[in-house]
Design a binder for this molecule. Structure first.
Ligand code: HEM
Length: 223
């Protein structure tokens, strides 16, 4: 079994499974965050549901583990590729048919990690270890997470820029990562390669434009 995790197939398998897991998280995260553009009650209610739902509370540490494994494994594979050139994890064809994101998955991952550290200190840290104001929504008292997020985007324009860049890096990372994840799991015939690449671009654009549209919305409506 331990041989599987160090074999080329096993390494790709781990990157794919953790990557697919993270993509599911992003779909849910973007859906909830889009409610920021609907209004404070809608977003606060959804965020309250996420924080108080026991199922989601169990999922959270699993999600954190998925992120950590994905990041540590990609760093390990990249270092290993550099050391033992013949056993490359990346494509051999570096400049022919490959795209810019596919050749720069690691650097894009590092940029997303930097974004994530800033992002978690902006919100997650404050929600878990800080003290937020509360509001009443339809008779229920809940934390005013909308106030925290909108305050950041309205008062600090450079955070808007950081979040737009974060969304761009994420979109580029996904434009390759999405189809590569499924390809590594064996979905690799000519027909599915083309289909998955198309779906990957649509998914990457939805995620990139979707996450970027939130700071853009606050920039436009507050200005
Ligand atoms: C405009 C864009 C975004 C907004 C407004 C936003 C908002 C938030 C908020 C309010 C939280 C804290 C939730 C809580 O602790 O209850 C959070 C947590 C988190 N965000 Fe984001 N986020 C955005 C983009 C992203 C992106 C692009 C990623 C991944 C690359 C990401 C990954 C995470 C993670 C891993 C957590 C911690 C887990 C969780 O609490 O669900 N976020 N985000």
């Amino acid at each position: 079994m331990s041989h599987f995790f160090t074999s080329p197939v096993g390494k790709k398998f781990i990157m794919s499974i953790t990557g697919i897991f993270l993509m599911l998280f992003l779909i849910v995260h973007l859906s909830v965050n889009s409610l920021l553009m609907v209004g404070s009650d809608a977003f606060n209610s959804a965020a309250h549901f996420m924080v108080t739902n026991p199922f989601i509370r169990i999922l959270e540490p699993i999600l954190a583990l998925g992120f950590i494994i994905h990041i540590i494994y990609s760093a390990y594979l990249t270092l290993q590729n550099q050391r033992y050139r013949p056993v490359r994890y990346k494509k051999v064809d570096r400049w022919g048919s490959t795209t810019w994101p596919s050749r720069n998955m690691f650097i894009l991952g590092v940029l997303i990690l930097i974004f994530l550290v800033i992002h978690l200190s902006n919100f997650y840290w404050k929600v878990r270890f800080g003290h937020l104001d509360t509001v009443m929504v339809e008779g229920t008292e809940m934390e005013n997470l909308y106030g925290l997020v909108s305050g950041l985007f309205i008062n600090w324009w450079w955070y808007d820029v950081i979040y737009i860049l974060g969304a761009l890096f994420l979109g580029l990372h996904l434009s390759h990562g999405f189809w590569a994840a499924f390809q590594s799991l064996g979905w690799d015939n000519d027909l599915w390669r083309i289909r998955l690449k198309r779906i990957a671009y649509v998914f990457a654009v939805i995620m990139g434009v979707g996450f970027a549209s939130i700071p853009v919305y606050f920039l436009i409506t507050s200005g």
